[in-house]
Design a protein around this ligand. Structure first.
Ligand SMILES: C[S@@+](CC[C@H](N)C(=O)[O-])C[C@H]1O[C@@H](n2cnc3c(N)ncnc32)[C@H](O)[C@@H]1O
Ligand code: SF4
Ligand code: SF4
Length: 355
């Protein structure tokens, strides 16, 4: 059982960490949400590197990427690279139909809109903003323009009881892809005002199961991105959830699969967006100028791609090292969980691998 080596599929551009919200538990808090926009020239340069690595998708993220002034221009100028441009956004600016139409015309192929709660009160409290109505409007606009989009609800201690309610509302609005994520601990996110305790993985698993049963009964389809250990859900229930397609198949962990690379404006390269402030390397310090140099650095014999994955990957628990039939689909939970939670407590002291 070792980390597999796959080609990069997705490049993430953290265009700027400035943000008009301050969500509880946000991993980007480690940037202090300081504005340092990526220059258009640098963005185009790293997209060239990404293309040379084999990337197909470019996810534009931050901070809040819609605050980045060159968003449309970036997509227009990068069009010859043939990448699919996708946006991960708090949705506030998409409340303007003109703005959204402009992004679509510039080449945006997909948007992921974050919703922090089912009710206005919860969403606004978690995001420290009064943006709920803007987000709802953004969703209406995406439906109106027939955009490819999903909603993304990050489950935390403050909104875990609103999964079903949010899915009902979003389904009623015509959202086809309703996704749920589990809030993960990350360095820096405990500092956000208002507290940022991460949800315990066992609590998250219990809430997910409860919501699945109710949503299945109601005939509403959603997906849970399982960044927590799959075996926190009892086997027969887990099998039913997998079969019904409520759990996204295949792990999303970029560290394990090595399918993603993140570029920040300051030249930092991260293995996953949650590593804000903890770069693998800095392209500007290393004076990497060409795609060939970057490809060598990444895939070369002594390149980062393999060595980093092997050095970093640790099995969180004995169970995962045994013959677990879910290994691969599950990678033992996101490594960030184990920064904050004790695997022995979460998995139980001994335990047997699911077979
Ligand atoms: C960091 S935001 C950046 C893009 C944009 N500002 C937004 O809110 O969508 C991207 C997504 O990550 C989620 N997120 C933030 N901190 C997280 C954490 N610690 N664990 C899991 N997801 C997190 C947010 O809820 C949001 O859906
Ligand atoms: S989750 Fe997005 S909107 Fe919320 S503070 Fe983080 S970057 Fe800003
Ligand atoms: S890989 Fe590990 S965490 Fe995942 S289901 Fe198997 S034993 Fe549990």
């Amino acid at each position: 059982m070792s980390a597999t080596r796959k080609e990069v599929k997705t490049v993430w551009l953290a265009l700027d960490y400035a943000c008009n919200n301050r969500c509880q538990g946000c991993y980007a808090a480690n940037s202090s949400f300081k504005s340092q926009p990526m220059t258009l020239e640098y963005a185009l340069q790293v997209l060239g590197f990404a293309k040379a690595l084999g990337a197909r998708d470019c996810l534009m993220i931050g901070g809040e990427p819609t605050l980045y002034r060159n968003l449309g221009e970036l997509m227009r100028q990068a069009r010859p690279l043939g990448l699919e441009f996708k946006l991960v956004t708090n949705g506030r600016k998409l409340a303007s139909l003109d703005y959204l139409t402009g992004l679509r015309d510039a080449g945006l192929s997909h948007a992921s809109i974050s919703v922090e709660g089912a009710s206005q009160e919860t969403h606004n409290r978690i995001s420290s903003s009064s943006s709920f109505h803007e987000v709802m409007k953004a969703i209406e606009n995406c439906v109106k323009l027939r955009m490819n989009f999903n909603t993304l609800f990050t489950i935390g201690p403050d909104n875990a009881g609103e999964i079903v309610e949010s899915a009902k509302d979003l389904a009623r609005m015509g959202v086809q892809h309703i996704l749920y994520n589990v809030g993960l601990p990350s360095p820096g996110n405990q500092d956000v005002e208002g507290g940022a305790e991460s949800i315990h993985p066992q609590t998250a698993a219990a809430k997910i199961v409860e919501a699945y049963l109710e949503l299945k009964r109601l005939g509403i389809k959603v997906k849970f991105n399982m960044t927590i250990p799959l075996c926190l859900i009892d086997s027969p229930m887990l099998e039913a959830m997998l079969e019904d397609g409520y759990i996204s198949s295949g792990a999303h962990c970029h560290i394990f699969y090595g399918k993603g690379v993140v570029f920040e404006a300051n030249g930092n390269v991260l293995p996953c967006t949650h590593f804000v402030g903890h770069p693998l390397l800095n392209l500007k310090t290393l004076e990497i100028q060409t795609a060939d140099e970057f490809v060598e650095l990444w895939y070369g014999e002594s390149g980062l791609h393999g060595t980093f994955h092997e050095a970093l990957w640790k099995y969180p628990h004995l169970k995962c090292q045994q013959d677990c039939k879910y290994w691969g689909e599950c990678v033992g939970g996101c490594p960030f969980l184990w920064v904050h939670f004790d695997p022995n407590q979460v998995f139980g002291q001994q335990g047997e691998a699911p077979s």
